[in-house]
Design a protein around this ligand. Structure first.
Ligand code: NAP
Ligand code: MG
Length: 398
């Protein structure tokens, strides 16, 4: 049987620790036997990042702009302990932050649902995908402690010298104060990424803020989303039979819990931080969460939401077999291959991605799973297997 051909390379970003081990196995066991895999390889492993003064990360982001689709393995974000462990020249920035900044992208996190593992919210039959705006608000504040009576003002001095003041509060005693900001350009990019992604996965888009209270601030978010929608997306949404829906954050929370899922929920920075952890936990396991970075220009970078699974890697180094779940990393590959298939009109490639996802889910639903899922699954007959046994079982079905 001849292998499935590719025309444009995928940007392949290798990573660290246990996920680097899994990465290689996925390619060997699940992909290379069936696909004439065409990738442009970037080693984002920490050693290579250090050796290249992290230029490799910037280069991989540029390649993503060139080819349009990337697949990324989890990578170590260095801290003081890692600087020591890897004898680093310096504490390099998080690769995800570098790539996100280069692509001006938004991250969408979606759970992978399987029979036998029930979400904590029993009516969630389809995934709830969270899109978090990743710029500004309370993550870039100016804040201060107020010790004595006095007034705090917001002062805006225009480049031409014009001054506008807004009284924040007249303090009669001690307290606290904060100022924060956002940018029209960033909100616009966020909106475009959200509308593009909704069209790409054919799901409706919800957006929520608190514009009844923050009439100017959150009101601007609401306005920009409406403008971007009207100018570039309304017709496309209508043709696709999709809806864009705006509501208040508290109303959104109530609706999300009552819903059966199957939509994208765009959140402001803080709302997205909090809600994505809640939604992820309610769906069961970090090892079953995918993540895709979508740029406003339509570039896609797929990865697993979890990290490099360090604890398992140290066991692996001691020669012990680990039971690390490869599902989210497999889905990063299938997401990227399917997107490549769509863009290059390679039906066989997209169909392969569908089959590999189905084989993975069928394996778990037939009772063969890694230990993290074994603890969660309510299937009457199930067995826990190690990392490689799971991949072999998926390959068998495939
Ligand atoms: P982690 O790698 O996600 O692992 C945390 C724990 O979650 C694991 O110890 C394991 O629990 C469980 N887990 C996560 N993924 C799993 C999988 N595929 N299969 C089975 N269990 C899984 O997070 P971390 O330990 O906090 O971070 C490790 C490294 O990853 C750090 O250096 C961090 O910088 C990096 N990181 C990278 C990314 C990224 O590249 N996107 C994201 C997050 C973290 P048990 O040990 O109980 O089995
Ligand atoms: Mg958080």
């Amino acid at each position: 049987m001849s292998k499935i051909a590719m025309t444009t390379p995928l940007v392949e970003m290798d990573g660290d620790e246990m996920t680097r081990i899994i990465w290689k196995k996925i390619k060997e066991i699940l992909l290379e036997p069936h696909i004439d895999l065409k990738t442009e390889y970037y080693d984002l492993g920490l050693a290579k990042r250090d050796e290249t003064d992290d230029k490799i990360t910037a280069a991989s982001a540029e390649a993503t702009k060139k080819y349009g689709v990337a697949v990324k393995c989890a990578t170590i974000t260095p801290n003081a302990q890692r600087v020591e462990e890897y004898k680093l020249k310096q504490m390099w920035r998080s690769p995800n932050a570098t790539i996100r900044a280069a692509l001006d992208g938004t991250v969408f996190r979606a759970p992978i649902l399987v029979n036998g593992i029930k979400p904590a919210v029993k009516n969630w039959a389809k995934p709830v995908t969270i899109a978090r705006h990743a710029y500004g608000d309370v993550y870039k504040p100016a804040e201060m402690k107020i010790d004595k009576p006095g007034k705090v003002e917001l002062v805006y001095t225009r480049a031409d010298g014009t001054v506008t003041r807004e009284l924040l509060h007249e303090f009669k005693g001690p307290g606290i104060a904060m100022g924060m900001h956002n940018l029209d350009a960033s909100i616009k990019s966020f909106a475009r990424s959200c509308f593009n992604y909704a069209l790409s996965v054919k799901q409706p888009l919800w957006f929520s803020t608190k514009d009844t209270i923050l009439k100017n601030y959150d009101g601007r978010f609401k306005e920009i989303f409406e403008e971007v929608f009207r100018e570039g997306y309304e017709d496309k949404f209508r043709q696709a039979g999709l809806e864009y829906f705006y509501t208040l954050i508290d109303d959104a929370v109530a609706r999300v819990i009552r819903s059966d899922g199957g939509f994208i929920w765009a959140c402001k920075n803080y709302d997205g931080d909090v809600m994505s952890d809640m939604v992820a936990t309610a769906f069961g396991s970090l090892a079953m969460m995918t993540s895709v970075l979508v740029s406003p220009d339509g570039y896609f970078e797929y990865e697993a939401a979890h990290g490099t699974v360090t604890r398992h890697y140290y066991k692996h180094l001691k020669g012990e077999a680990t039971s690390t779940n490869a599902t989210a990393t497999i889905f990063a590959w299938t997401g990227a291959l399917r997107k490549r298939g769509e863009l290059d009109a390679l039906k066989e490639l997209a169909a392969f991605a569908d089959r590999l996802e189905k084989a993975t889910l069928d394996t778990i639903e037939a009772g063969t799973m890694t230990r993290d899922l074994y603890g969660l699954s309510d299937l009457p007959s199930k067995r826990a297997v190690n990392t490689e046994e799971f991949l072999r079982a998926v390959a068998g079905r495939l």
